[in-house]
Design a protein around this ligand. Structure first.
Ligand SMILES: Cc1ncc(COP(=O)(O)O)c(C=O)c1O
Length: 360
């Protein structure tokens, strides 16, 4: 028997700003004859050591709520104490926790835009006001405009490098100047979900800034470089007082035992995983070079994706990509973000991009 959804308008009073939020849009799934290049995932299959580590779990038991062993390992890596690290169910969960810890009704959160799609929604959920600051014409953070957007009500500033979806990095010098320009009682979150893919020596590296600023939290994830997107683990490094507050806004027990074990196993085979990342970075640079050769004005991407600024032609372009078996992330009237995926996807991507660029 099939049951169809009843068209009920519940008489429950909901927060209007939540009802008005657009639903989270996940990257479109692939079909049998297409490549899923819509979610910036790692195309390599899970490492056998990681798969072995998540077998035979006592799933009748709760996980360690504080992920202590993972924090210890990460602490050793970054030369900080486990208390200076917080682990969450993906870095997006930590983003939500940090924003909720610092900003609420009447407060403002400044962030670059366009950037990671989750930012505005998480800010609204916290009750705070989103203050998007447009990227420059070169698709980079506009730090003078971001500094100018800070008011007495600002509580959090997001910095995303490499920026999703444009792939552009923030330089170490830009970031240092920005940190010097903004008040030290504002939480600055440096979202580095794609840090491992960066090879630009001038790019800011959050790991080198640990303990440098009393108001800086660095956000990293195991989803991209380490290929654990499906298990949901991210971490933040920052001042204990800020992280303690972010622990208080968490939904308890979000990081499963499988996720914790997978992270420990992935850290054991890290050189192999980083070799995969380097391979993807080389693939990215080849794709970018080919696209530029074709006439695309692609910003220099240091992530595992490239940004095609298709502007008003986006709808038609995305149809052409889909028809060619390239399932990408489409931003209506702005552009298309294509993840760097399987080696086999590159030829189709470059071929269809060459056709589409002539139509722009
Ligand atoms: C810039 C940025 N930050 C954070 C995330 C969240 O990643 P996760 O929650 O899988 O760690 C993403 C995911 O796409 C992202 O692009």
């Amino acid at each position: 028997m099939t049951v169809s959804a009843a068209p009920v308008t519940a008489p429950v009073r909901l927060r209007p700003e939540i009802v008005a939020l657009p639903a989270y849009k996940q990257g479109s799934p692939a079909t049998a004859d297409s490549f899923k290049l819509s979610s910036n995932e790692n195309p390599f299959p899970p490492h056998p050591a990681v798969l072995a580590a998540i077998r035979d779990l006592d799933i009748n038991r709760y996980p360690d709520a504080t992920a202590l062993v993972v924090r210890q390992r990460l602490g050793e890596r970054h030369s900080v104490t486990p208390d200076e690290i917080i682990v969450g169910a993906g870095s997006v969960a930590l983003l939500a926790q940090l924003i909720s810890a610092a900003a609420t009704v009447g407060d403002e959160v400044v962030f670059p835009w366009r950037s990671f799609e989750a930012y505005p929604g998480l800010i609204t959920v916290a009750g705070a006001t989103a203050v998007p600051v447009p990227l420059t014409a070169q698709s980079r953070h506009d730090f003078s405009a971001m500094a100018a957007a800070v008011t007495d009500r600002t509580r959090v500033i997001m910095v995303c490098t490499p920026n999703n979806p444009t792939g552009t990095v923030v330089t170490a010098d830009e970031f240092a100047a920005f940190m010097a320009a903004v008040p030290t009682d504002l939480l600055v979150i440096l979202d580095e979900a794609y840090a491992e893919f960066v090879d630009d020596p001038f790019a800011v590296d959050g790991a080198a800034l640990v303990r440098r600023y009393p108001n800086l939290v660095i956000l990293r994830t195991f989803s991209k470089a380490y290929g654990l997107a499906g298990l949901r683990v991210g971490y933040a490094i920052g001042p204990v007082s800020v992280l303690d507050a972010a622990r208080s806004t968490a939904i308890p027990l979000g990081v499963t035992e499988a996720a914790q074990r997978a992270v420990l196993a992935a850290m054991q085979v890290e050189p192999e995983l980083i070799a995969r990342v380097r391979e993807l970075a080389v693939r990215r640079d080849k794709v970018q070079a080919a696209l530029r050769e074709q006439g695309w004005a692609v910003p220099v991407s240091q992530g595992n994706f490239v940004w095609l600024p298709t502007g008003p032609a986006t709808a038609a372009a995305s149809e052409a990509f889909a028809a060619a078996g390239i399932v990408a992330r489409v931003f209506a009237s702005e552009g298309i973000r294509v993840s760097i995926g399987e080696a086999e996807s590159v030829a189709s991507l470059v071929r269809i991009a060459n056709e589409v660029v002539r139509t722009l």
